[in-house]
Design a protein around this ligand. Structure first.
Ligand code: URA
Length: 219
């Protein structure tokens, strides 16, 4: 798309009062032009994103774990406890995640964890499509900087966002897939919060994590 056309589209959004979108798009373009080369630069760049979402949040939740991990777990967005501590998956869902990891011989020092959104949506609401779009380029950059062998998508929102699909998690879970721009193999599975509500699905999630562990051991 030519520069002139992009400017027209940006103007159209501005005229429609969608200042968030135009602000974010230009921020992402500015940063990608500067070519982010480290996690510290990525974090700084994400901190600078001007989005109303962060006005309600206490801390940005960037990511945690082993920066050289072969496995990256991708969640949805911080909850209350994550927002307080600035660390992903430290609440109830995180405890279940730790248990699932332990069941397949892993722990938090062996994986890297981040989310689709770095800020807690007010009242834990589902991220909007607009918020997902704003942060997707950052998520892709985050994955490429960690450079894992496997990305496990936790839940429908993370899966839809990464794969840009409308298919639901029930259809996609447990099936290896890939996405343009990421060399890692991708495995969607259930979100731990869903498993807390629907314990009968734990069996399938455990199966998926076993697949992940097998993939890492076999490679
Ligand atoms: N749920 C998520 O998706 N991510 C977190 O960090 C915590 C809960």
């Amino acid at each position: 798309m030519r520069h002139q056309e992009l400017k027209q589209i940006a103007k159209w959004f501005l005229a429609a009062g969608v200042s968030d979108v135009t602000g974010e798009v230009s921020a992402v373009q500015r940063k990608s032009n500067r070519s982010i080369a480290t996690l510290a630069e990525l974090k700084e760049s994400m901190m600078a994103v001007d989005i109303s979402l962060k006005k309600c949040a206490r801390n940005m939740v960037f990511g945690s774990g082993n920066e050289h991990a072969k496995v990256l777990l991708l969640g949805e967005a911080p909850g209350e406890e994550e927002d307080k501590q600035g660390i992903p998956f430290v609440g109830q869902s995180g405890q279940l995640l730790n248990t699932i990891l332990a069941a397949v011989g892993f722990d938090r020092t062996m994986v890297y964890i981040t989310n689709i959104l770095p800020w807690r949506p007010p009242g834990n609401r589902t991220p909007t499509n607009q918020e997902i779009e704003v942060f997707r380029p950052y998520v892709l950059k985050h994955i490429s900087l960690i450079n894992p062998k496997v990305v496990v998508c936790l839940g429908g929102t993370a899966t839809k966002s990464l794969l840009q699909t409308t298919q639901g998690i029930m259809q996609l879970r447990g099936k290896w897939t890939s996405v343009e721009g990421i060399s890692a193999k991708i495995l969607p599975t259930f979100h731990p919060a869903f498993l807390l509500r629907s314990p009968s699905q734990k069996k399938d999630a455990w199966h998926d994590f076993l697949e992940m562990a097998k993939e890492i051991r076999d490679e």
